[in-house]
Design a protein around this ligand. Structure first.
Ligand code: ADE
Length: 352
């Protein structure tokens, strides 16, 4: 059995457990009824889950697409829990060889959820093993090479694959087409983020006023993970400086101290906007050039930093590259013609 020779399962199962991630786990909703926002997606998942349970069948394979922190992993865990099954998690880059995948698939029980994060980064050779697994619940073991090659088809228990990606466009079409349900997660509206912040504050047992929750929510870049992270920083500040209560003033002060402005933008965002304006005359500038000037990996720029800047209209994407919008010039107090003055906001404020 060539696929079971190397590496234990534990090597390739994804361990997402730095302390922050563990803390976040407790803030994550465990049931669809606790999930706030993404109403349409939640509604269609409820229907799909109920139908599958009634038929006593596993759920169709599901692909979640969208920027980080919007709840793709959370939804995968909730789905497994609502289906009453186990979840086995891995990620595209962790699945290096066909054998890695085989090891997981052949150990799965009926109805289990197999969650692959960053599925767009799965190596091509591994991806090809996924096709029969997804379509026929079978894997083909290959023995020997060349003219002596023989294959043996191994039946799998029916399972549900849930893939998460920040870039569905990078998935090959054969893989994309094998998902029965595909959902794009979008940034959360402020109203939902306020509810998420208040729910998390209740779990963390910290007192919060409506306006305090609102100040955190509107700086959260449309992203629950960011909202929860900011809440924890504000909680620290409130505990040490304000008798533990999160009011509007406490939230504003704490987040200013973190370098986060009222749009939720931080140093990196302002540096990016300033670079487009000052180094590239407002753009357009190609993503690779921008990444190398900023000394940030282009994937991080594309997947993590840029989506919210595009969504909130500070950056415009054109066929020639990225441009800074008028809103970006206004944010940095740079006149539309552009003028070196860089990121010292206190100085630039004094300009006429
Ligand atoms: N915590 C993080 N994301 C959440 C969500 N969508 N609903 C409720 N709590 C959350």
């Amino acid at each position: 059995m060539i696929y079971e020779e190397e590496g234990g399962l534990s090597d390739i199962l994804k361990e997402k457990s730095p302390l922050d991630e563990e803390n976040n786990l407790s803030l994550r909703p465990k049931k669809l009824s606790e999930y706030i926002g993404q109403d349409k997606i939640v509604e269609t998942l409820k229907i799909a889950i109920e139908a599958a349970l009634q038929r006593k069948e596993p759920l169709d394979h599901i692909l979640f697409n969208g920027p980080p922190g919007l709840g793709k992993t959370t939804l995968a865990h909730i789905i497994a829990s609502e289906m009453g099954t186990k979840i086995i998690t891995s990620s595209g880059p962790a699945l290096e060889k066909g054998g890695d995948l085989m090891g997981i698939l052949t150990h799965m029980e009926k109805g289990d959820v197999f969650f692959i994060d960053e599925i767009h980064r799965i190596p091509k050779i591994v991806e090809e093993f996924l096709y029969p697994a997804m379509e026929d619940f079978a894997v083909d073991f290959i023995f020997d090479k060349g003219v002596h090659a023989r294959t043996h088809r191994y039946r799998l228990e029916p399972f549900t694959l849930i893939g998460a990606t920040t870039r569905a466009g990078l998935l090959s079409s054969p893989l994309r087409e094998r998902f029965g349900i595909t959902r794009d997660l979008d940034f959360y509206v402020e109203k939902d983020l306020v509810r998420i912040v208040k729910r998390s504050a209740a779990i963390l047992e910290v007192a919060i006023e409506q306006e305090g929750a609102f100040e955190i929510a509107r700086r959260a870049r449309g992203t629950p993970r960011v909202a929860n992270r900011l809440l924890k920083r504000v909680r620290d500040y409130a505990q040490v400086r304000a008798q533990g209560r999160i009011t509007k003033a406490v939230a504003v002060e704490a987040l200013a101290l973190e370098g986060i402005d009222e749009h939720g933008l931080g140093e990196t965002d302002r540096k990016l906007l300033g670079t487009i304006i000052l180094n590239y005359k407002g753009g357009p500038v190609g993503i690779e050039a921008l990444a190398s000037t900023l000394q940030i990996e282009s994937d991080v720029l594309l997947d993590v930093i840029e989506p919210y800047l595009l969504k909130s209209g500070f950056v415009i994407r054109t066929s020639q590259g990225r441009k800074a919008s008028e809103k970006a010039y206004a944010l940095l107090d740079i006149p539309l013609g552009g003028e070196p003055g860089l990121f010292d906001r206190s100085k630039s404020k004094r300009r006429p």
